[in-house]
Design a protein around this ligand. Structure first.
Ligand SMILES: Nc1ncnc2c1ncn2[C@@H]1O[C@H](COP(=O)(O)OP(=O)(O)O)[C@@H](O)[C@H]1O
Ligand SMILES: [Mg+2]
Length: 269
């Protein structure tokens, strides 16, 4: 067994857009059962890092290795859809991307489409006839119900996803990502725009996912309160470069971080 290998290892990752180096020689690791926060000022390269991890962009150079279940996946060599389906990386976006006009429940079922198609053997007969498909379909519904319960939206299952309050839409996006049973969950500023109560619900959901589902979470977050209270490790980016990494309490005291990111409000702490 290859113990001790982290879930995700990023080595010397670089992403250039013309003359701009959005991610500049970044290396870090993220573990299963941990929330790893990625922080940094606007334009630091956080979303670009996610876009590389999830196959939206092919990085200019560097390595992204995911290890789980006895398998190893070199993400920089994989197509985006394979990264989701095989390497089991799920993400949410900085802007909400739910399927509006579909119900809350439908959003969660559609997310499991790959799984359902695989169960059908990609044939019509499989889709309509065979027990294996029905079983997968039943499991898809069960999983959806499980996550609806977790985010407190069971009673709104049939509502239009677009009609939910903003905070609930954020939670639904995370539930949808979890329905794909990822090993690595990448969340791009999930707390942005949430009020204090919604933010507390989000924190509870994320710590539940970490503690009970044994996956790794990468969390891009602006709210330092959220970062300090739920993350196990913090990676700080500034102008594409990693300027600090460590436990939250160390990072918040790091002079380079205070200078780059925390600024006046935290400088006195
Ligand atoms: N597709 C792109 N083409 C050109 N420049 C981009 C592209 N995506 C991001 N950038 C630039 O890369 C830098 C990092 O952006 P981004 O990763 O979105 O930062 P963050 O998420 O930390 O705010 C910014 O200067 C941004 O303008
Ligand atoms: Mg961003």
């Amino acid at each position: 067994m290859t113990a001790a290998l982290p879930l995700l290892t990023v080595e010397h990752l670089t992403m250039r857009f013309g003359g701009l180096v959005a991610v500049d020689d970044v290396s870090f690791a993220a573990e299963t059962g941990r929330i790893t926060a990625i922080i940094g000022p606007n334009g630091a390269g956080k979303t670009t890092l996610f876009n590389c991890l999830t196959g939206f962009y092919a990085p200019t150079s560097g390595l992204m290795r995911l290890v789980h279940g006895g398998g190893e996946f070199l993400l920089e060599r994989m197509e985006g859809f394979r990264i989701a389906a095989r390497a089991k990386v799920a993400r949410t976006f900085q802007n909400i991307r739910l399927f509006r006009g579909m119900s809350v429940l439908e959003n969660l079922i559609v997310a499991q489409h790959n799984e359902l198609m695989r169960a059908s053997g990609y044939t019509l007969a499989g889709l309509f006839g065979l027990g294996v498909y029905r079983k997968a379909e039943r499991q898809a519904v069960e999983r959806a119900r499980y996550w609806l319960e977790r985010i407190g939206l069971t009673a709104r299952a049939d509502a239009d996803a677009g009609s939910l309050p903003y905070g609930d839409q954020r939670l639904l996006e995370i539930a949808r990502a979890m329905c794909t049973e990822p090993k690595l969950l990448c969340l791009d500023e999930p707390a942005a725009g949430l009020n204090a109560r919604e933010s507390a619900d989000l924190n509870a959901l994320l710590t539940f996912i970490r503690d009970r589902h044994g996956i790794g979470v990468l969390l891009i977050e602006h709210d330092m309160g959220v970062v300090m209270s739920i993350s196990d490790r913090v990676v700080v980016l500034d102008y594409g470069r990693k300027i600090a990494e460590g436990p939250p309490e160390d990072v918040r005291r790091d002079p380079a971080v205070i200078r780059a990111y925390l600024g006046q409000e935290e400088g006195a702490a």
